[in-house]
Every structure is written in structure tokens, then in C-alpha cells.
Design a protein around this ligand. Structure first.
Ligand SMILES: Cc1cc2nc3c(=O)[nH]c(=O)nc-3n(C[C@H](O)[C@H](O)[C@H](O)COP(=O)(O)OP(=O)(O)OC[C@H]3O[C@@H](n4cnc5c(N)ncnc54)[C@H](O)[C@@H]3O)c2cc1C
Ligand code: SF4
Length: 473
């Protein structure tokens, strides 16, 4: 490192940590773990940004937030203005500030990361969004000229909320149709309260509603109305943001034993049906003393950390590769480790074993070794023959991924799907094979991230506006 760079590094404050609930206390409650920045910490962290004229961080943000612009406002203590600036391109800042993988998006390309730790962009985003809400100063953009055209959005996850919010800002009459009784998609039924409080999701959904978006819940497209019928009702473009909510199961002997859950069911019962507030809410969600979660992604981390809070005495992650290949965010792996989760690497279940009452009592695991990288770029797990052993457990949660739910898609015969059953849509515009139908988020990409779904939603909103203005497909 050159002398000048060394001097600047010395002058720069270190990256500011966020306070968190103590691991010993937090495993006893479902309250949020990360507690956010204070005003002082936020200003110190913002002062680390050199407000680059050609900011690399913006290239790393799928919704193109003006990152140096909002950070400069934080430096000047103009927190509400900073939040307003973010919302010009991101309608869900408090959510993104909490769950987006900034370490692989905007922060990884921050110029500081070459010489020091990157600016904590996500933590600053969270801070200003929360500050604005706490100050009760949520400002709405000025009302646009109405376009006199209706757009239907199917699904209220991050993709649907973004496309709806952006189109409402342009003056379109937008209705979201949501199958569940609460809007938010994975943000409400998947990600637990201790990582993303539901009041925060409700607040940001409310912002989208205040932009003029109508929300119809308990509305299953493909059952209550088909996409064709929505066109007949006067919607001139439809966006499909259906997500990837159909859990994959392990096709193994014993999979139907009592005490084996899909992560989807486990988390939905806890989050959406409020089993975590038992007995205030009477949804049962029983976990045994020893819980194993099979998988290595964010869904697995959320499931295992939920099971601790539901009373499990011993919790394990069973993963067929090593720690290096785990797809979960590093922060979430560290949180799980701090909460006492035990990680069993390079093992894979081959059978579930039950007791006389049909309850799971153990698994048969096979040891694995790592081979050459596969299509995902991660080293392929290879079974070690004859290495099977029995492993006791009382509850198992399968978190090995989700696929597309075919319900709405089966009613759209001319919609082109790829070989995995996801919708074929143009990355830049979200256009599908059906005229007037756009799609984005997990239903196109497969399981991805909140910000990628939002990026899709944002690009699709521009394409929908163009289509409805020019009528060119
Ligand atoms: C447990 C869990 C933890 C995660 N953690 C993170 C994380 O920390 N960071 C991150 O960036 N990403 C995370 N992800 C991934 C992220 O949540 C998704 O990539 C994102 O939510 C996809 O957004 P979406 O809008 O495409 O779909 P979804 O969020 O899945 O929303 C789709 C919506 O469409 C509705 N719908 C489906 N079919 C119909 C129909 N026929 N009619 C009406 N409505 C319908 C569904 O009910 C749902 O509300 C996580 C995912 C899970 C499951
Ligand atoms: S790249 Fe880093 S230092 Fe430059 S503007 Fe973005 S956050 Fe600030």
C-alpha cells in the first residue's frame, strides 16, 4: 500500500458495527437480533464514504439507488431527505437494509473494499428508513397525472410490490392480487420476525398502498380469476410475480414420518400463522429436543434459528458440502453459530427411521467428500460408499430448495416455461411469450434474492410503461 493510501486509511474511522441482542438472551425471544445504528454511528459510518464521482456501488445495486447521494445526506444529518432519495428507486428500503446480501451486491464493489472494509451501505439504508418512520415524517411523492390505464400484478412479494409501486408513481391504476391473507410474500411467510419484524414489512407495504396501489388478498389467480379473465376485466398489462414457493422434498424412505417438516410449512406456521406467539395464537408447531435442519441456505438458517426459539435443546445443520460452499449469507451463518447451532458438514441423509408410533427417531446419514466443481461453481459432493451411520433426532426440517407453484401457470397454456417450470421472460423487460404479460422475481430466476426480485420489478415497470404508451410488443 502506498504512503498516501496508508495515511488516508489511518484517518478513516473503522467500519461501524451494529449492536445486536446478546446470543444468550435472544435465543429466548423472537425479537429482532440486529438493533441498528444510532445517529452518531450512522454519521461516522457515512463519513467513511468518499462519494465517488463514478460510484461502483451503484452498478452493484439492481434497483440503482443513488448510494453516494443518500450517504452524503447522512453525512449532513439530513436523514429524512436521505430516505426520500432512496425511495426514488427503492420502495422497500427498511426491508432491503435488513435482508439484502449487500456483501455480494453494492458493498463488494465499493472502492474502499480494495484497501479497507467497504462502507456499510445496507446498515445506513436501514438507519435512514427507520429514522424517517420513527420521526413520523414519511413523505409521499407528488401525485402523478393519471394515465387512465389499469395494470394487474399477481403476487405481493418484493417483485410485485416494486412493479406496483413504480407504476403507481407513473400514474397507472394498479391492483395487486395476492393468494395469501397477508401481503409481502416470503417477507411475511418465510423470513422470521427476529430477522425482519413484520411491522416493518407492514409499514413498507403501507407505503406502496399510499402510492395508490389497490391490494386484493385471498385472491388466487388461476382459481378466482384467470389471467385471461383479468384482461377481460380491463387490465391492459399483467405482471406475474408468483415466487418459487413449492417446497422440494427428499424422496427417501421414511419421509412421511411424524416430525418431518418442509421448511416452507415450518416457517409459514411460525411466521404467517404466528405459532411463535403460542398460546396467544393457537397454531401448533411442536419441535423435539434434538432438531436437525437439512440444507445450507438462508432458509435452513432461518429454520434452525426458529427451532431454537421454539424450545429445541440441541440444533444441527446437516449439509452435504463444507462451510465454504454454503449459500447462506455469512452474517446468518455467524448468527446461527453464536446461538449454538452445531454444523455437521459432508453428510447427507439416505433414510429416516421411525419409532413404533410413526414418529421420527433417527436418520441414516452417508458421509460425503468433495469432487470437482459442478454447474453452480461449487465443489460437487460425492458419497463415500459404506460410510452410513445412524444419527438420532426428534424433528427434521427439509430446507433443500423450492420450485415454481404450477397453479396459476397451468391455466395459461401459451405461456412458455423453461425445463424447470419457471417462466421464460426477458431479463431486461420481463416480457413473456404472451402479449401483455410480464414476469419477474423468483418465478423467472428460481430462488434468488429480495433485491434481484425488486430489480426485475423495476425494469418490468419501465417496459410496461413503454408497452402501454406505444402499444408495441
Ligand atoms: C426463508 C427464506 C429466507 C430468505 N432470506 C433471504 C434473505 O435474507 N435475503 C434475500 O435477499 N433473500 C432471501 N430469501 C429469498 C427472497 O425472499 C426471494 O428471492 C424473494 O422473496 C422473491 O420475491 P418474489 O416477489 O419473486 O416472490 P415471493 O416473495 O415468493 O412472493 C410471491 C407471492 O406471490 C403469491 N402468489 C403465488 N401464486 C399466486 C397466485 N396464483 N395468485 C395470487 N398470488 C400468488 C404468493 O402467495 C407470494 O405472496 C429468502 C427466502 C426464504 C424462503
Ligand atoms: S463505491 Fe463506496 S466509497 Fe464510493 S460512493 Fe459507493 S459507497 Fe461510497
Amino acid at each position: 500500500m502506498g504512503e498516501e493510501k496508508k495515511k488516508k486509511k489511518k484517518e478513516r474511522a473503522p467500519r461501524q458495527e451494529m449492536t445486536r441482542q446478546d446470543p444468550k438472551k435472544r435465543i429466548m425471544n423472537f425479537n429482532e437480533v440486529a438493533l441498528g445504528y444510532s445517529e452518531e454511528t450512522a454519521v461516522i459510518e457515512a463519513s467513511r464514504c468518499i462519494c465517488c464521482p463514478k460510484p461502483k456501488c451503484v452498478d452493484g445495486c439492481p434497483v440503482l439507488v443513488d448510494i453516494p447521494g443518500f450517504i452524503k445526506l447522512v453525512q449532513e444529518r439530513k436523514f429524512v431527505e436521505a430516505s426520500k432519495m432512496i425511495k426514488e428507486t427503492n420502495v422497500l428500503p427498511a426491508i432491503c437494509g435488513r435482508v439484502c446480501p449487500q456483501e455480494t451486491q453494492c458493498e463488494i464493489v465499493c472502492v474502499l473494499s480494495k484497501i479497507d472494509k467497504p462502507v456499510a451501505i445496507g446498515r445506513l439504508e436501514r438507519f435512514v428508513a427507520d429514522y424517517e418512520a420513527a420521526a413520523g415524517e414519511i413523505e409521499m411523492p407528488s401525485k402523478p397525472e393519471p394515465k387512465g390505464k389499469k395494470v394487474g400484478v399477481v403476487g405481493s412479494g418484493p417483485a410485485g410490490l416494486t412493479v406496483a409501486g413504480e407504476l403507481a408513481k407513473m400514474g397507472y391504476e394498479v391492483t395487486i392480487f395476492e393468494a395469501l391473507h397477508k401481503p409481502g410474500g416470503v417477507l411475511v411467510y418465510g423470513i422470521p420476525e427476529f430477522r425482519l419484524p413484520k411491522a416493518i414489512v407492514a409499514r413498507e407495504v403501507d407505503f406502496v398502498k399510499k402510492l395508490g396501489v389497490e391490494l386484493k388478498t385471498n385472491f388466487v389467480v388461476g382459481r378466482i380469476a384467470t389471467v385471461e379473465e383479468l384482461f377481460e376485466q380491463g387490465y391492459e398489462a399483467i405482471f406475474l410475480g408468483l415466487g418459487a414457493g413449492l417446497p422440494w422434498f427428499l424422496n427417501l424412505p421414511g419421509i412421511n414420518l411424524v416430525g418431518i417438516y418442509s421448511a416452507n410449512e415450518f416457517l409459514t406456521r411460525s411466521n404467517l400463522m404466528k405459532a411463535y406467539l403460542f398460546p396467544e395464537y393457537d397454531t401448533p408447531l411442536k419441535v423435539g429436543e434434538k432438531v436437525v435442519v437439512i440444507g445450507g441456505g438462508n432458509v435452513a438458517m432461518d429454520s434452525v434459528r426458529t427451532s431454537i426459539r421454539l424450545g429445541a435443546k440441541e440444533t444441527h445443520i446437516i449439509y452435504r458440502r463444507s462451510r465454504k460452499e454454503m449459500p447462506a449469507r455469512e452474517e446468518e451463518i455467524e448468527n446461527a453459530e453464536a446461538e449454538g447451532v452445531i454444523f455437521d458438514f459432508l453428510v447427507n441423509p439416505v433414510e429416516f427411521l421411525g419409532d413404533n408410533e410413526g414418529r421420527i427417531r433417527a436418520m441414516k446419514l452417508l458421509r460425503m467428500k468433495l469432487g470437482e466443481p459442478d454447474d453452480s461453481g461449487r465443489r460437487r459432493p460425492i458419497p463415500i460408499e459404506g460410510s452410513e451411520f445412524e444419527y438420532e433426532c426428534n424433528t427434521a426440517v427439509i430446507a433443500i430448495g423450492q420450485g415454481p407453484n404450477p397453479l396459476a401457470l397451468s391455466t395459461m397454456k401459451t405461456l412458455k416455461l423453461n425445463k424447470w417450470g419457471y417462466i421464460e421472460a426477458d431479463w431486461e423487460t420481463g416480457k413473456t411469450s404472451m402479449k401483455g404479460v410480464f414476469a419477474g422475481g423468483d418465478i423467472v430466476t428460481g430462488e434468488a434474492t429480495v433485491i434481484e426480485a425488486m430489480g426485475f420489478g423495476r425494469r418490468a415497470s419501465i417496459a410496461i410503461d413503454k408497452y402501454l404508451t406505444t402499444e408495441e410488443w
